[in-house]
Ligand binder design. Structure first.
Ligand SMILES: Cc1cc2nc3c(=O)[nH]c(=O)nc-3n(C[C@H](O)[C@H](O)[C@H](O)COP(=O)(O)O)c2cc1C
Length: 422
């Protein structure tokens, strides 16, 4: 099968991974026009949120929520006594490794984006919340923050806010669940990252009861560029109705795995066969686990899907973090799903009984099936759990585990049946 490049291949338009955005020296960042976005923001803080709205920037931490809306919610709250921004760099799910790349290679664009967000929503406390295993992310962001603190911009922002601005770099708890927004709030308060019930939403009551904005690192990295080059420029980067670019994390059975910044809406086929160099050993594609393995599995019939939030959702899955784990013919799906569900069972914080016991039972049943020790009654139990468990946990962890099992049962039921022992 030959794969012709489409528009997604011809127009790469790198922004976040562009050479000018790289490096940990702030002077090099300023030499390449870094800082201009913040200057524009300082000259008209009231216009920042409208610019982000016009650009169509959506949260790139998984949910795709319109960024301007969150910023506006927080801007609308009274300062009581503080307002927080958590820059979410927990990134602990299988197949996702874009934020670590951004933080270790180009921390200044993320920090500038966070400062602009602080101006827009009148935030006086910024927390960089970073996975403790990502040593170079932590080192580089710490070094970069110190450089920003000595800049004139810092004083200008404080003058605009009318109070002092604090920036803290902290290690997240290192648990997958610690990346969920309310769990991150608990972590910042020094507690174990148990997710909180909502409402109240973080914009109203987050860290120590103060209004709190939480954004992903990739979301924030885009902000400095939008404020520098304008919303029309950003919109034109995307394909179809999408705006901007996306950092896709490609891994699994491809020749060239890695991080690829491409126009938002690049077809899956281009990502795998053009940018990723095609399948390993020229094997046939069997499945793709998307979004950080918490979404429905895509199959070869979805190869043309544009990788943007809405198009992937129309295929019954979700873009999530933009992680694409590629699986080739010959790989056992039951084994693969078992591995991922084992991860979920291990990652459940245990706070919600349906999640604690549900992920454990699903994982037990899958391990039984995968090792040829299960009966058809076990398979029926697995199917039933997939019906009853969704929606019964406080956060999305349990639903994510169920979705991959359910969609693997839908697409690969024969493999499950052939693994049974009666
Ligand atoms: C179990 C779980 C883990 C998550 N981990 C992360 C994470 O590591 N980083 C992240 O940005 N968002 C993570 N999220 C999503 C956050 O709750 C939140 O939606 C996001 O940080 C918001 O940023 P955005 O609007 O810029 O996407 C996670 C969500 C869940 C349910």
């Amino acid at each position: 099968m030959s794969h012709q490049p489409t528009k997604g291949h011809q127009i790469i338009n790198q922004v976040l991974l562009h050479p000018d955005s790289q490096g940990t020296d702030i002077n090099l960042w300023f030499d390449g026009n870094g800082g201009t976005g913040l200057e524009n923001a300082l000259s008209d803080p009231a216009a920042i949120i409208a610019t982000i709205q016009e650009a169509g920037l959506r949260g790139l931490g998984g949910g795709g929520f319109p960024t301007y809306k969150k910023w506006q919610f927080v801007a609308d709250q009274e300062v009581s006594p503080d307002k927080y921004l958590i820059c979410n760099g927990n990134e602990d799910e299988p197949g996702t490794f874009k934020d670590a790349y951004l933080l270790s290679h180009s921390p200044h664009q993320v920090i500038e984006g966070a400062l602009i967000a602080a101006l827009a929503s009148q935030i006086n406390k910024i927390v960089f919340y970073i996975n403790p295993e990502q040593i170079s992310s932590l080192n580089n962001i710490r070094q970069a923050v110190e450089q920003w603190k000595t800049c004139d911009y810092y004083t200008l922002i404080e003058a605009q806010l009318g109070c002092s601005l604090s920036i803290r770099v902290m290690e997240s708890s290192g648990h997958y669940i610690g990346g969920e927004e309310t769990a991150a709030i608990e972590s910042v308060e020094g507690n174990f990252p148990f997710p909180r019930g909502k409402p109240p939403f973080p914009a109203v009551s987050g860290v120590y009861g103060c209004p709190t904005l939480i954004n992903n690192m990739e979301t924030l990295a885009n902000v400095s560029h939008i404020l520098r080059k304008g919303s029309e420029w950003f919109k034109a980067l995307g394909l179809g109705d999408s705006t901007g670019t996306k950092i896709y994390c490609l891994s699994g059975d491809v020749l060239k795995p890695g991080v690829f910044e491409l126009p938002m809406g690049t077809p899956l086929e281009d990502l795998i066969y053009i940018h990723g160099g095609g399948m390993l050993q020229d094997k046939e594609l069997k499945a793709v686990f998307t979004g950080g393995v918490s979404s429905s599995i895509l199959t070869p019939k979805d190869i043309d899907v544009p990788l943007d939030f809405d198009s992937v959702r129309q295929r019954g899955s979700s873009l999530g973090t933009g992680a694409m784990i590629v699986v080739s013919e010959g790989t056992g799906i039951v084994k693969r799903v078992t591995e991922y569900v084992n991860f979920y069972a291990h990652s459940s914080c245990g706070q919600c009984p349906p999640c604690k016991t549900g992920t454990f039972y699903i994982s037990q049943l899958l391990n039984k099936i995968d090792t040829g020790q299960a009966s058809s009654a076990d398979l029926e139990s697995l199917k039933n759990l997939c019906k009853f468990l969704p929606g019964s946990g406080r956060c999305h962890l349990l639903d994510g585990a169920v979705i991959i099992v359910d969609s693997s049962l839908h697409h690969f039921l024969d493999e499950y049946k052939s693994s049974l022992n009666g």
